[in-house]
Design a protein around this ligand. Structure first.
Ligand SMILES: NC(=O)c1ccc[n+]([C@@H]2O[C@H](COP(=O)([O-])OP(=O)(O)OC[C@H]3O[C@@H](n4cnc5c(N)ncnc54)[C@H](OP(=O)(O)O)[C@@H]3O)[C@@H](O)[C@H]2O)c1
Length: 335
């Protein structure tokens, strides 16, 4: 392949300074423009994560230089490899590291990456299934694993998931319910309550109706733990309402990046706040997570939570994500 199709973010005005307005265009690039790396992959599927939506707007917190190809997830088949552990023809996936941030990403027919980023596609997952999980599924699984490691187990009591209809949130609800947890889903979408019950949530709360009582250092101890995907006011609300020994994982910031609370939940109830960082997850844990996602924690019924899009349909889905309207996961078919 001498050239490849991709969605490219470029400045509206050539030579504009960082942070200036950008546009996202469907275009072709010559293969020699790909970044350096030992492995070239023909991408069949990618996905849409919140970070990709920000990258599509040239957000300087995500995109390091322009022009740029977003897409922090990719799955496909190896075209060429100079690394002994990866062979041409291998079905593979890449999530995180610098893909789609400092390095051209998966919204592309081709990616070229370091061999250390490449994970064999688990035999029980198709490329589409792997991308229906992507970084969101990987992050949900990391969060569930962290709760288990802090002894928040099925039977410990109700576990809250915020941003419950989003990519990470919706997969966390499904994983927890499948593992036997009692799940309370918090959502801003009134029309999605029935779907969340179907996904396994036993209680649904509207995020607009939550009494934050922000002045109180502690709230009544209701929750065994939580998976927070939004930050803002909900993360401290959740921590202040945890039972003794509870644990809350934090991975997201769609509602804000500041953490406004006292230390009382940590000092008086032994509550843990556990950070989740998927991009640089070490290799051994990364492979363990993909093993769980493809075997013991494998989610079925993919069609009920995945929206499949092509090149032309992705920009509209990006708008909807930035407006908080996307439900579940979006898979981009690049082939
Ligand atoms: N740390 C990591 O390694 C890591 C990995 C993956 C993702 N993330 C982060 O996790 C977050 C979620 O990512 P995602 O890909 O799942 O995004 P997403 O699909 O857009 O989901 C975010 C969800 O948050 C809720 N939401 C939107 N605006 C909100 C607001 N103003 N206040 C409260 N809730 C709001 C919505 O769900 P409801 O309508 O149901 O409330 C929305 O669907 C992002 O911040 C992302 O950057 C971090």
């Amino acid at each position: 392949m001498t050239e490849f199709r991709c969605l490219l973010v470029k400045p509206l005005q050539p030579d504009a300074p960082p942070g200036s307005p950008t546009e996202l265009v469907l275009t072709t690039q010559p293969a020699e423009a790909l970044p350096p790396g030992e492995v070239t992959i023909q991408v069949s599927h990618s996905s849409l994560n919140y970070k990709d939506a920000m990258a599509s707007r040239g957000h300087p917190g995500v995109v390091k230089r322009l022009p740029h190809i977003p897409g922090i997830d990719a799955a496909g088949v190896v075209l060429e490899s100079s690394a002994p552990q990866v062979n041409a023809g291998d079905p593979v996936l890449v999530t995180g590291y610098d893909l789609g941030q400092g390095h051209w990403g998966g919204w592309s027919e081709l990616i070229r990456v370091p061999a250390t980023w490449v994970v064999p596609l688990p035999p029980t997952l198709s490329a589409r299934q792997a991308m229906s999980l992507g970084t969101a599924g990987f992050t949900a699984a990391q969060s569930v694993l962290a709760l288990q490691q802090h002894d928040v187990l099925p039977g410990s009591g109700p576990v809250v998931v915020t941003g419950a209809t989003g990519g990470v949130g919706s997969l966390a609800v499904r994983m927890l319910a499948q593992l036997g947890y009692e799940v309370t889903a918090i959502t801003g979408k009134a029309e999605q309550h029935a779907a969340l019950r179907q996904a396994g949530a036993s209680q649904i709360m509207s995020r607009h109706d939550i009494q934050l009582n922000a002045h109180k250092p502690l709230l009544s101890a209701q929750w065994a733990g939580g998976i927070d995907t939004v930050g803002g006011d909900l993360l401290p609300w959740l921590l202040r309402g945890c039972q003794y020994g509870g644990c809350v994982t934090a991975c997201g910031l769609v509602a804000g990046s500041d953490l406004a609370m006292s230390v009382y939940p940590f000092l008086l109830r032994g509550v843990s706040l556990c950070g989740i960082a998927s991009a640089d997850c070490p290799r051994e844990r990364r492979e363990r997570i993909w093993q769980l996602l493809s075997q013991a924690w494998k989610l079925e019924d993919t069609d009920s939570w995945v929206t499949d899009v092509d090149w032309q349909e992705l920009p509209h889905q990006i708008e909807r994500m930035l407006d908080g309207q996307v439900v579940g996961r979006t898979v981009l078919h690049t082939g």
